[in-house]
Design a protein. Structure first.
Length: 176
């Protein structure tokens, strides 16, 4: 896809749950690909580099330590991570700094129901996190369809509808 023509999809199914660690964004997306294909996109460093907000120093498909490097233009910020659970192709759970990400992949008739639970200590950032992951999911969807647009990360996301998505998610979550 021509990157200049990329537009985000409408806001996804979303909720916010209170946890002992803070707030958990729950974002659901249905993808037209089987769980094994989605799993590879969530764990393989080369695939993650094409859509995720970070780079990883290793395959995330097995438990153990890792380094996730947040990318924002030329700026790189390393964060320690630990893959806590990896049950291919259904469950992936890892820390990213102080946050906890849990990816659940459920097969559907036409592909995969992907549920991300991103737990963060600061409930105020949940709409921003939702907007960021939304754009990442859109990019991943194009990638899996064989129509890559390239990663949209950091401040660049503002050029691709992030502010509007953030506002829409804040309203949906009652956090505006």
């Amino acid at each position: 896809m021509d990157r200049d023509k990329f537009r985000p999809s409408p806001p996804s199914q979303v909720s916010c749950e209170t946890t002992d660690q803070g707030a958990a964004l729950v974002l659901v997306r249905v993808l037209r690909h089987p769980p094994a294909t989605v799993w590879a996109a969530l764990t393989d460093p080369a695939r993650l580099a094409e859509w995720a907000p970070f780079l990883t120093d290793r395959d995330l498909g097995s438990p153990g330590p890792a380094v996730l490097t947040l990318v924002d233009g030329e700026t790189r910020e390393e964060h320690p991570a630990t893959v806590r659970r990896a049950e291919p192709p259904h469950l992936l759970e890892y820390t990213w700094g102080d946050d906890l990400l849990r990816w659940e992949l459920d097969p559907t008739v036409g592909g995969t129901r992907l549920t991300l639970r991103h737990t963060t200590a600061d409930p105020g950032v949940v709409p921003s996190v939702a907007a960021g992951w939304h754009l990442c999911f859109d990019v991943a969807d194009h990638l899996l369809d064989g129509d890559p647009v390239g990663p949209i990360r950091g401040a660049e996301a503002k050029e691709f509808g992030w502010p509007e998505l953030r506002h829409a998610y804040a309203q949906r979550l009652g956090l505006d």
